[in-house]
Write a protein that binds this ligand. Structure first.
Ligand SMILES: Nc1ncnc2c1ncn2[C@@H]1O[C@H](COP(=O)(O)OP(=O)(O)OP(=O)(O)O)[C@@H](O)[C@H]1O
Ligand SMILES: [Mg+2]
Length: 465
């Protein structure tokens, strides 16, 4: 679980406290008559008095469903503990199932239902930001908001369900196997594309809350940004920045934003640099269980980021060297640029995407073979053993009943290739290297889902066979 989201004036003593965003717009709720995106400021001056109907008429064309509390109780089995997915600053998130027939226009699907904790630190404003932004912005790397509920004081949000949960859990959970290098790069590309989309909108959006726990993953490790509670409209016209109360999560917020409250797209780029560094190192942005000098990831890593000789000190040890050295050098340099203290020296998110895509193409990844024993083959081998043993017993009574049959099976695809027939009987030894499965096959699969397949990689696997 991420550190709780706190106003920075609580975390940083004497921190700047700004008043509003720079854009003071019309205070009425405008009907969305064109494709122009409705801004949060268009509706937020109504505060908590906005009704579900006001909101739905403002978001015409967004395809958001307005659920009743009763419907969401049904969907989540009365917010049953069994369906608990997790809890953040907003409240508890439950898994739910929308069955055929709940709404004629809504297909049956698994969803995640987030319920505002009425005693919590967040409230209507965050809920509204989520509905306004995610209701109108659709992109493969933003989580899909299916609908919401706004009944009395209750505020709920209904999202597409993301099978692999959040990146923080995938990356840092102690007992999970480490994410392979190219999976990490794929996730970084997804998150970067999500941010690039927001920054390049006609009315740009600053996400303001990029962190590992807000990057959700589908079954294929496609990353999608979630949690738009802190998102704001970017600067407009001649404004260079937006001034906003300093909010965020310790360890991810850009230093200039913490010290001045000035927010730009470059603040998101800094936070992305922190997440990229987490992906490279396998270390949390803040980890108080580490020795003093290593608790703050950026401070610990910064002196090593420009030194190619320090690569093995930075890259996650759990990868056991299974990464592209060239790719890691590029990724570390990119993180260094994103984490520049001068926001003007940081790259745009579009540049970040392009750089990461070149890393995805590098295939100088050492191949580690590991043993996989197909249970079916084991069973077959034991049957053969028994048959051979029976035969041996028949032919050579009194001999040891163990018969060896060399069975050679090696193939990255895991099927049996060759069974060497034996006229002579030997001592039985079921070889433990039955099938050799290469990590490269996984990389190749991942690459295929992003790009066209690389014959170079495939031929590499074939030679291993
Ligand atoms: N659409 C979703 N599909 C699957 N799991 C989800 C979904 N949305 C949220 N979750 C899970 O619910 C949990 C709580 O998420 P939430 O975004 O409320 O909190 P957080 O990101 O951990 O903290 P914070 O409030 O600081 O953002 C997380 O573990 C997350 O993985
Ligand atoms: Mg979150």
């Amino acid at each position: 679980m991420a550190l709780k989201r706190l106003p920075w004036d609580c975390v940083v003593p004497g921190c700047f406290k700004a008043q509003t965003t720079s854009t003071q717009h019309k205070s009425h709720i405008s009907k969305q008559t064109s494709f122009r995106r409705l801004s949060l400021s268009d509706v937020s001056n109504h505060g908590s008095s906005i009704s579900a109907n006001d909101l739905s008429s403002s978001l015409v064309g967004s395809n958001l469903h307005i659920f009743t509390l009763v419907e969401l109780k049904t969907v989540t089995h009365n917010f049953s503990k069994i369906n608990y997915l997790g809890e953040g600053g907003f409240g508890v998130v439950y898994k739910g199932m929308i069955h055929d027939g709940l709404r004629p226009e809504l297909k049956a699907q698994v969803v995640a239902v987030k319920m505002l904790d009425l005693d919590g630190t967040q409230g209507h404003r965050e809920w509204l930001a989520e509905v306004i932004f995610l209701g109108q912005l659709r992109h493969p790397h933003l989580v899909t908001l299916i609908g919401y509920c706004c009944e009395d004081e209750h505020r709920l949000l209904v999202y597409q369900f993301m099978e692999r949960g959040n990146l923080e859990d995938q990356l840092f959970k102690r007992y999970s196997s480490p994410l392979p290098w190219l999976t990490r790069i794929k996730i970084a590309i997804g998150a970067a594309k999500g941010l690039a989309f927001l920054h390049e909108e006609e009315k740009p959006v600053i996400y303001r809350d990029l962190k590992a726990s807000n990057v959700l993953l589908d079954s294929d490790y496609n990353a999608k940004l979630s949690d738009f509670g802190l998102a704001v409209d970017g600067p407009q016209g001649d404004n260079t920045h937006v001034t906003a109360q300093v909010m965020g999560t310790q360890g991810y917020a850009a230093p200039e934003y913490i010290s001045t409250g000035h927010l730009t797209a470059m603040s998101d780029v800094y936070s992305f640099g922190v997440v990229l560094l987490e992906l490279i190192t396998g270390r949390r942005s803040v980890d108080n269980s580490r020795p003093t000098g290593e608790r703050d990831l950026v401070n610990w890593a910064r002196p090593m980021l420009k030194d190619a000789h320090k690569l093995d000190k930075i890259v996650d040890l759990r990868l056991e060297g299974l990464y592209s050295t060239e790719g890691a050098k590029k990724a570390v340099l990119l993180a260094h640029q994103c984490l520049s203290k001068n926001p003007k020296c940081r790259p745009s998110m579009q540049t970040v995407v392009k750089t990461l895509e070149t890393i995805m193409d590098l295939d100088d990844i050492p191949v580690k073979s590991f043993v996989y024993i197909d249970p079916a083959l084991l069973k077959e081998a034991s049957v053969n053993n028994c048959e051979d043993a029976a035969e041996k017993d028949q032919n050579e009574p009194g001999n040891e009943s163990r018969v060896e049959e060399e069975v050679e099976i090696k193939n990255v695809k895991g099927h049996r290739q060759q069974k060497r027939p034996h006229k002579h009987r030997h001592r039985t030894r079921v070889s433990r290297s039955r099938a050799v499965f290469s990590d490269t096959a996984l990389y190749s699969t991942l690459r295929t889902s992003l790009y066209s397949p690389k014959s170079k990689n495939e031929s590499k696997e074939n030679t291993e066979e």
